[in-house]
Ligand binder design. Structure first.
Ligand SMILES: Cc1cc2nc3c(=O)[nH]c(=O)nc-3n(C[C@H](O)[C@H](O)[C@H](O)COP(=O)(O)OP(=O)(O)OC[C@H]3O[C@@H](n4cnc5c(N)ncnc54)[C@H](O)[C@@H]3O)c2cc1C
Length: 490
């Protein structure tokens, strides 16, 4: 039986492992943390449960596919619930707009605040659907293993059709006039850790996923997806080893032959899949002389996606004004992105996202709100801004309380997770949430390949490689790489 080692048990690694084990390889997953799921991490603080990481789940069929490919039913492992109103967008003038996948509800709200958009909404939905369908057909199922993969004529044609040269902001301005709404639409850029004023309009396909296909939540917490994957992988016979950090990848004659763990154990394998963020792990685990196509300078040249400043706050009350997903927008979105990307500092007037999953599922936090409060934050490239966690948290509480969200006097428990924590907990390059930013077109479309150019049988899955960051995308990368390896070996 061929042996495969997967370094890292994030969603990408788990999806690859299940695919490989199901297709007849013997898989060992080595994960440095004690939980599987990587950034999709369950956090329990007293009676308050939080999902750290992906709170907004789209593309449910992808998460189900990982299990269904083995012949099992995903429903037997986790229950996905579609949210009727998914995001309440609250603007600096006090008004709000609820995003929902009900076209009628969207049109009714648009008629009140943006009659132009009400007229163009159907055309908008059609165009974002077209963008998504092109990506689904030409980019998402494709493995990128070398430059040759970019030369496919069908891919080239599709690339020209997905608005690669237009910014997201310019695209949304064709359909919406109301500045508040534009801000809410532009926030989709943050789903790929990028700026709407720089990232290509291709990513407007995210609007299709949310506004037409819907936003989902997993009953009991989204981390149940990762727990289910770990259970399925074990059931299939994979060896899952938590608390096991890999220190180096072994190579012989230009081929990956195994790994050495932090405890000094050597494990041999026919193929190695790296799910650990490749911008950090590839340089750390493979000496530079063995990877001439991916020098340390090249790794350092990629712009990291944005990071996050997160506060988990458990309350003893339920705030009436909060839905499941809530966004409190700043009054100047453009300045916020300049502060994040150009200046590398925390935004002074940040947009604040608050997830309160106990709105949908009180069982995860029976005694009061479980607020996952997230503010976009710069990567850790510029370290000096990251020493002010307590003050920044207080600043965020001040803003939320000024908007009527009661926190301090009802606080039972809290925890701050800042960019340096994300960097160290998950081995994330510069604390990036989504690997590389898509602010430069080259980075959006020409990400590091799914296979090493220098070391045979060394593959990459996860947010930094193709097709990109975000929980469904990394899961797709695991499925694609697993299929490709299994297809090559058998
Ligand atoms: C705060 C936050 C909010 C987010 N919100 C959303 C959202 O709402 N929706 C969405 O779709 N996505 C969201 N994301 C992004 C999403 O979480 C990621 O894109 C995705 O989970 C990344 O999966 P991955 O498999 O690429 O990597 P990871 O989850 O980072 O997994 C990599 C694993 O490798 C392990 N590892 C690293 N180095 C080693 C080593 N040397 N040896 C062994 N193991 C190692 C790490 O511990 C980790 O478990 C969010 C992320 C964060 C942090």
């Amino acid at each position: 039986m061929k042996q495969a080692i997967v370094i890292g048990g994030g969603l990408g690694g788990l999806a690859a492992a299940i695919t490989l084990q199901h297709r007849g390889l013997q898989v060992t997953i080595l994960e440095k943390n004690s939980h599987f799921g990587g950034k999709l991490m369950p956090v329990q603080l007293g009676s308050h449960y939080f999902d750290f990481g992906p709170n907004t789940i789209t593309m449910p069929h992808i998460f189900k596919r990982v299990i269904e490919q083995t012949g099992e039913r995903a429903e037997d492992y986790f229950e996905l619930q579609r949210l009727s109103v998914h995001t309440r967008n609250i603007f600096s003038d006090g008004s709000h707009f609820d995003f929902t996948s009900s076209r009628e509800d969207m049109l009714r709200q648009l008629a009140g605040c943006d009659p132009f958009a009400a007229k163009s909404y159907d055309a908008f939905l059609q165009e974002v659907q077209r963008l998504y369908e092109l990506s689904e057909a030409h980019f998402l199922p494709r493995l990128f293993t070398s430059w040759r993969d970019y030369l496919s004529p069908s891919l080239g044609k599709a690339l020209l059709q997905v608005r690669p040269l237009q910014s997201l902001d310019a695209f949304f301005r064709k359909y919406f006039r109301n500045e508040n709404l534009l801000q809410a639409m532009n926030r989709y850029a943050t789903y790929i850790g990028s700026s709407p004023y720089a990232a290509p309009a291709t990513f407007a396909m995210i609007a299709h996923l949310e506004l037409s296909e819907g936003v989902y939540y997993v009953k009991g917490g989204n981390a149940r997806i990762a727990a289910a994957y770990a259970e399925v992988a074990r059931k299939l016979g994979a060896d899952l080893r938590p608390d096991t950090e890999v220190r180096s990848v072994l190579t012989e004659n230009g081929q990956a032959t195994g790994v050495v763990t932090a405890d000094g154990e050597t494990l041999r394998a026919d193929v190695v899949v790296m799910n650990a963020d490749l911008l950090r792990a590839y340089p750390e685990l493979v000496e530079e002389e063995y990877r001439p196509h991916f020098s340390n300078a090249k790794a350092a040249g990629y712009e990291p996606s944005i990071s996050a400043f997160v506060v988990l706050a458990g309350l003893k009350i339920r705030n009436e004004g909060l839905l499941h997903h809530n966004v409190f927008f700043s009054d100047d979105y453009q300045r916020e992105f300049t502060e994040l990307f150009a200046n590398g500092g925390y935004a002074e007037h940040p947009t604040i996202y608050v997830c309160n999953s106990s709105y949908t599922d009180p069982s995860v936090s029976p005694d009061g709100d479980n607020l996952f409060i997230l503010v976009n934050a710069p990567s850790t490239k510029k370290r000096q801004v990251h020493g002010q966690a307590e003050q920044y948290k207080e600043h965020i509480y001040d803003i939320l309380e000024s908007k009527g969200i009661r926190i301090r006097e009802h606080l039972v428990t809290e925890k701050i997770i800042a960019p340096p924590d994300i960097e160290s907990m998950f081995g994330a390059h510069k604390g990036a949430l989504y690997g590389i930013s898509s602010n430069k077109r080259a980075n959006a479309f020409l990400r590091p390949f799914n296979r090493s150019q220098d070391i045979r049988n060394l593959y990459f899955v996860g947010g930094t490689t193709h097709p990109g960051g975000g929980s469904p995308m990394v899961t797709i990368s695991g499925l694609n790489v697993g299929e490709a390896i299994a297809g090559k070996i058998f």
